[in-house]
Write a protein that binds this ligand. Structure first.
Ligand code: FMN
Length: 207
């Protein structure tokens, strides 16, 4: 599975792209709970393709208010050690199993792409829209990963809201973690979960 050649500036692109496969993918899309994610994950070229698709997102005024940090290979265990130390320091009552859970959180996942919302707070584009763009990046990667044949889950956990953990990942003061996108293969197929009926949350405006 590969991406088509990158369009050149000014190329005509399909305004619509009828695809039953895409509709099937979206209608049956399901995250794989991280406990069920195992090897293999995407290789280097596949990670690159996922980043290209992630970056190909709607972005008001093209300000690219996001960036990526990839956790792959040996870096996963290194990050796990640091995360476990932060967790242990902040949770002195935590037992060894809980600390080990943090140590392994990313180490046991083949590849994780951290999508970072990196807004420009002085830009004309509202901050809210800049954060939304970063969220859309996450969903694009999630869908593309499924289409490439990988299981995936979008998580944040305590980590996204912990200053020390975010600093360790390399975030600046104005940045936020939009999501960790965990990537690998499913040990078993995820089961359907309860879903809202769209009509329950939809009104046609009548004034
Ligand atoms: C911004 C965001 C953060 C999330 N954080 C977590 C998380 O920390 N842990 C978790 O188990 N699920 C988290 N989820 C939910 C999962 O990604 C996933 O949506 C959920 O398991 C339901 O599966 P589904 O995507 O098939 O509906 C998060 C989702 C979003 C959009």
């Amino acid at each position: 599975m590969s991406l088509p050649p990158r369009p050149k500036l000014g190329d005509s692109l399909p305004a619509a792209n009828p695809s039953q496969e895409t509709l099937d993918l979206l209608a049956l899309r399901r995250s794989t709970p991280n406990a069920l994610i195992t090897e293999p994950g995407p290789d280097g070229a596949q990670i690159q393709d996922l980043l290209v698709i992630g970056a190909r997102i709607s972005d008001h005024r093209r300000i690219v208010p996001f960036r990526f940090v990839v956790l792959a290979g040996a870096a996963r265990a290194d990050f796990g050690e640091k995360l476990a130390a932060i967790f242990a320091e902040q949770n002195p009552q935590a037992d060894e199993a809980a600390i080990e859970n943090e140590r392994q959180r990313f180490a046991r996942i083949p590849v994780t792409i951290a999508v970072i919302s990196a807004p420009d707070k002085n830009h004309k584009t509202p901050l809210w829209e800049q954060h939304l763009t970063a969220g859309a990046v996450c969903q694009n990667i999630l869908i593309a990963a499924n289409a490439m044949g990988f299981a995936a889950q979008w998580i944040s956990e305590w980590i996204a809201y912990d200053d020390a953990a975010m600093k360790c990942l390399g975030l600046g003061a104005e940045e936020k973690l939009a999501g960790f996108i965990l990537l690998g293969s499913a040990k078993e197929p995820p089961k359907e979960r309860p879903r809202i009926e769209a009509q329950e949350i939809t009104q046609y405006w009548r004034g």
